[in-house]
Ligand binder design. Structure first.
Ligand code: SAH
Length: 395
C-alpha cells in the first residue's frame, strides 16, 4: 500500500489525525488523490490508515489505527457506532446529527436526520468518491425514506469536489415540519431541506436554545443573527414578554415568521444587517428596550489571518449589547469559529464590558450539542462556545 512517512514532532504524534504537507518526510508507492494510504513514522512503524488528497491543505486524514479499507462493512460499523453513542443521550432521535466527520472517525462525512430523511455531506475527496457505498451503508443502518446530498458549500472546491445538490435515494420533500422538544415546550420547525442554511437547521444550537430560554420568562428578548429563530421561538415559548428576531437573510426572516405562526407565538422578525440594527439600540425608549440579548453570529473568520478583524466585529456587537442592557439584563453570546479560542472570546467580552463601564457575571456556559462530539486531541472539534452573562448593578 502506498503511503507517507511522517516527520517527527508532527501533530499526529500528539493524538491528532491530520497531516499537513509540511509534516511529510517522504511519500512512497505513488498514492493517488482519494486513495486510502498507510502512515508510518520515520522508524517504519505503522501509524494507521488515512485518506489522501495532495490538493487539500490537509493532505492526509487518519480514520483508523489499523490497516483498513473503506468498504461497506467499515461504513456500516462506523454508522452503527455513531448511532449507538447518540442513543445513549436524550437527544431527539428525529432531529439529530447522526455522523460528524472526524469526531466519528469518518473524516468528511456529515449525516443529519430530519424525521425520516437523511441529509448527507461528503466533503473529502476520498469519501466523495465512495458515495455509493456510503449511501448503501446509511440505508442499511438508518433505513431512511430518502437521502439528500447537500454538497453545496463553496469550500469543496479546495478539495477538488464540484458542489452538488441532489437526491441520492428515495423521496425527499422540499420542506416539512419537524418537532423539537425543548424543556420549555415543543417547537415545530419548518425545515427547508434544499435551501436552509447548513443542512437545514443549526442542529448544534438546539440545546443552547433551551438553556437561554430558561432566562426568557417576563423578559423582552432580542435575538440577533437569528436564522430561523431558534432562540426567539424557544424564548417566546418560555413566556418572554416580547421577542424580536433579526437576520440579514430574507429567507431566514420569512421562516422566522412562518415558524412563529405555526407555533402560535408572537415574534417581530426584522431583515437587517445586525451591525446597523445594534446601532439603533441607543435610540430606543425605555419601553422599547430589551433585557435579554442573544448574539449568535456566523464565523467572522475561517482562518488565522483574519482573527484580529473578527475580534473587532465581536467587540462591536458585545459593546453595543452590554451598553444597552441595564442591571439584571442578560446577554448570551456565541462564537462558532475554532480559530477564536475560549480565552480570546472571553477576553473580548470583558474588554467590551470595561469600555461600557459595567460588571458582568457569568451565569451559564454553552457549547455544541452532544451529537457534535468533542475530541480534545483534535481541538478543531470544539468550535462552538457560548456564555450567558448577567449585567450587575454598578459597584
Ligand atoms: N441563531 C441561529 C443560527 C445563526 S447562524 C440558530 O440558533 O439557529 C448566523 C446567522 O447570521 C445566519 O442566519 C446569517 O444569515 C446571519 N447573518 C450573517 N451576517 C449577518 C449580518 N451582518 N447581519 C445579520 N445577520 C447576519
Amino acid at each position: 500500500m502506498a503511503g507517507l512517512i511522517i516527520s517527527p514532532r508532527a501533530r499526529i504524534f500528539h493524538g491528532h489525525d491530520w497531516v499537513y504537507a509540511t509534516e511529510i518526510k517522504k511519500t512512497f508507492g505513488n498514492p493517488q488523490p482519494g486513495d486510502v494510504i498507510s502512515l508510518k513514522d520515520f522508524k517504519d512503524r505503522a501509524l494507521g490508515s488515512a485518506i489522501y488528497n495532495p490538493q487539500s491543505q490537509i493532505v492526509a486524514r487518519r480514520f483508523s489505527f489499523r490497516k483498513q479499507d473503506l468498504n461497506l462493512d467499515f461504513f456500516e460499523r462506523r454508522f452503527t457506532q455513531a448511532l449507538k453513542a447518540r442513543q445513549e443521550t436524550d437527544i431527539n432521535p428525529r432531529l439529530m446529527r447522526l455522523v460528524w466527520s472526524e469526531s466519528d472517525a469518518l473524516p468528511g462525512i456529515v449525516i443529519d436526520r430530519y424525521g425520516d430523511v437523511l441529509v448527507l455531506q461528503a466533503t473529502t475527496l476520498a469519501m466523495h468518491q465512495r458515495l455509493d457505498i456510503i449511501v448503501e451503508a446509511a440505508q442499511n443502518v438508518y433505513q431512511p425514506q430518502g437521502i439528500l446530498l447537500r454538497n453545496d458549500s463553496a469550500m469543496l472546491k479546495s478539495e477538488g469536489i464540484e458542489p452538488e445538490l441532489k437526491i441520492l435515494s428515495g423521496d425527499v420533500p422540499e420542506s416539512f415540519i419537524v418537532a423539537q422538544n425543548y424543556s420549555v415546550g415543543n417547537i415545530n420547525y419548518e425545515v427547508q431541506l434544499f435551501s436552509g442554511q447548513k443542512t437545514g437547521l443549526y442542529i448544534d444550537q438546539l440545546q443552547a436554545h433551551d438553556e437561554v430560554a430558561q432566562y426568557a420568562k417576563g423578559r423582552r428578548v432580542l435575538d440577533i443573527f437569528s436564522n430561523q429563530g431558534g432562540f426567539a421561538l424557544a424564548a417566546a415559548k418560555a413566556g418572554a414578554t416580547t421577542v424580536t428576531a433579526v437576520d440579514i437573510s430574507e429567507s431566514a426572516v420569512e421562516s422566522i415568521s412562518t415558524n412563529a405562526k405555526a407555533n402560535e407565538l408572537e415574534i417581530t422578525a426584522i431583515k437587517s444587517n445586525a451591525f446597523d440594527y445594534l446601532r439603533t439600540l441607543e435610540e430606543l425608549s425605555e419601553e422599547e428596550s430589551h433585557d435579554l440579548i442573544v448574539l449568535d453570529p456566523p464565523s467572522f473568520t475561517r482562518n488565522k489571518k483574519t482573527v484580529k478583524e473578527a475580534l473587532r466585529g465581536y467587540k462591536e456587537i458585545h459593546l453595543r449589547a452590554i451598553k444597552h442592557l441595564k442591571a439584571g439584563g442578560i446577554m448570551s453570546t456565541f462564537c462558532c469559529s475554532h480559530h477564536i479560542t475560549q480565552e480570546l472570546f472571553l477576553e473580548n467580552i470583558v474588554s467590551a464590558s470595561v469600555d461600557a463601564k459595567k460588571t458582568i457575571k457569568l451565569i451559564k456556559t454553552h457549547t455544541q450539542r452532544l451529537d457534535h462530539p468533542v475530541l480534545p486531541a483534535l481541538p478543531e472539534t470544539l468550535y462552538l462556545k457560548g456564555y450567558t452573562f448577567e449585567i450587575l448593578a454598578s459597584k
